[in-house]
Design a protein around this ligand. Structure first.
Ligand code: ATP
Length: 458
């Protein structure tokens, strides 16, 4: 395996070179903390979303899907506490003028007042700038990370609005609609994949921290007496999902509980699933036991009662909320870090991504051995036309077959099908499996039955 410190560079370079991720607006010099997903990236991202949606919504009888708008009534962000309290602290470097988050520096301990957004320094660490070695000014400034926009057409009459600071917030606003239209019984959940926007101060960790990103969230509504049990069950479910479905390696994952000084004042408990990134452990997903604060706050600010009738107990209840909130960009990045492999074979380097076959951006590559042989090409294209209706398939006839294998390895294609002269005689092709590089001859008619179990989402 490559050294951890250059693994990051290797992934960033592979992402650009192979069409996974581009810096947004690159021809204008880029936009800090904003990225575009290229042709390979969007396939991988969609596969992750589809996997999450299938396992979380479609396979769960009591979880309802939602796709809420990015813009919401500005009052909702006052109710949630974001307008006052969604702040990050920063210190300035006297020398390079960079803005640095002191709470992320070693030796510093800060505490946030979530109601006012103020930060108190509990312990001051080193004042050496991590970027240039210069001097950091000790004065702490706060900075609200909500992104503002405006609604309306006439200057002077525009209304301030916010881009979603966290994707889940409109789940609370649509909760009443879902209770009334879907008649759910407690416990039930509402799940959503959506965009979020934050004016982050410290960037530079590729997809880990961006200013525009996607989150997958579940808000699970439970009777207060059942919240603790549901919380433990959700912690287990989410851990199992990352290890058995996304197949992140367990040695790169750990649990971290929020300390008392970090826990938001209304929350009962909060744990993060951390991933071991090249710079150390950092959050992949948060699982929070939030009490009923979100519903009571939105109820108070909107003037609408957000309690519901619990049929089984025949009483009114404002459910408690168990939240799981993870980032797609972070999962995408973790998966690439986790699956990146380098090896030397007969004196030549091979790079491959050992992605779960059902998540790979290209699932099958069809390679005619000789591109000038019209009969081979015709047969290969026929196989391509048939398989592409079921799987993500690429037809590749450029260069030697060895080169083509290497190209597919680097983007994680689990299966390469080679069409050669024997194909024309006995209607068989070879399938090469990415990780083992083993090749097997199989009948063209058996291809779908053979490959489908590996490529369908579990
Ligand atoms: P951190 O402090 O690690 O930046 P957070 O505690 O602010 O994260 P949450 O508000 O709990 O994050 O958001 C839930 C999830 O959304 C995180 O676990 C992470 O996967 C993702 N996320 C949050 N902020 C970003 C960001 N700026 N860029 C990419 N993903 C993010």
């Amino acid at each position: 395996m490559p050294q951890e410190n250059n693994l990051m560079q290797k992934i960033v370079s592979l992402c650009k070179r192979k069409g996974f991720v581009y810096a947004s607006s690159e021809i204008y010099g880029g936009l800090a903390g904003i990225y575009d997903f290229g042709p390979r990236g969007v396939e991988l991202l969609n596969n992750l979303k589809n996997l999450w949606w299938k396992n979380t919504v479609r396979e769960q009888e009591n979880i309802y899907g939602l796709d809420g708008a990015i813009l919401m009534h500005p009052k909702a962000w006052e109710a949630s506490g974001h307008v006052a309290g969604f702040t990050d602290p920063l210190v300035d470097c006297k020398d390079c003028k960079s803005r640095i988050r002191p709470d992320k520096l070693e030796g510093w301990k800060l505490q946030k007042d979530n109601l006012t957004g103020d930060w108190k320094v509990l312990e001051q660490g080193s004042l050496e700038c991590p970027l240039c070695g210069g001097e950091l000014l000790p004065e702490i400034r706060y900075f609200n990370t909500l992104m503002e926009t405006s609604l309306g057409v006439i200057e002077g009459e525009k209304t301030k609005a916010y881009l979603k600071g966290e994707s889940c917030q409109n789940i609370y606003l649509d909760y009443k609609n879902i209770v009334e239209t879907m008649s759910p019984k407690l416990p039930f959940g509402i799940a959503q994949i959506g965009k979020a926007f934050r004016n982050e101060i410290t960037l530079g960790k590729f997809l880990f921290k961006t200013r525009e990103f996607e989150q997958w969230d579940i808000e699970y509504f439970v009777r207060p007496s059942e919240a603790k049990k549901a919380y433990e069950a959700w912690k287990q479910t989410r851990w199992d999902w990352y290890t058995s479905k996304v197949k992140l390696s367990e040695k790169n994952l750990r649990w971290r509980q929020h300390g008392k000084d970090e826990l938001i004042f209304y929350a009962t408990d909060a744990w993060d699933i951390d991933y071991h990134y090249p710079w150390g452990w950092d959050e992949l997903e948060g699982i929070h036991h939030r009490g009923n604060y979100d519903l009571t706050q939105q109820g108070k600010f909107s003037g609408i009662d957000l309690s519901m009738h619990d049929e089984e107990k025949d009483q009114k209840v404002t459910p408690y909320i168990i939240e799981t909130s993870g980032g797609l960009g972070r999962t995408f990045f973790s998966l690439l870090l986790d699956s990146y492999r380098e090896e030397e074979i007969k004196g030549r380097d091979r790079i491959y991504l050992s992605l779960p076959p059902y998540l790979a951006p290209v699932q099958i590559a069809i390679l005619p051995l000789v591109r000038t042989d019209q009969q081979l090409v015709r047969t290969a294209r026929k196989i391509y036309e048939e398989l592409k209706r079921k799987f993500v398939v690429e037809y590749d006839e450029q260069g030697t077959v060895g080169r083509r294998y290497r190209r597919q390895d680097e983007i994680g294609t689990p299966f390469c099908i080679t069409v050669d002269s024997q194909t024309l005689e006995d209607e068989t092709v070879t399938i090469r499996e990415r990780d083992s590089m083993k090749q097997e001859r199989i009948k063209i008619d058996n291809l779908i039955a053979e490959l489908a179990p590996h490529l369908e989402l579990p």
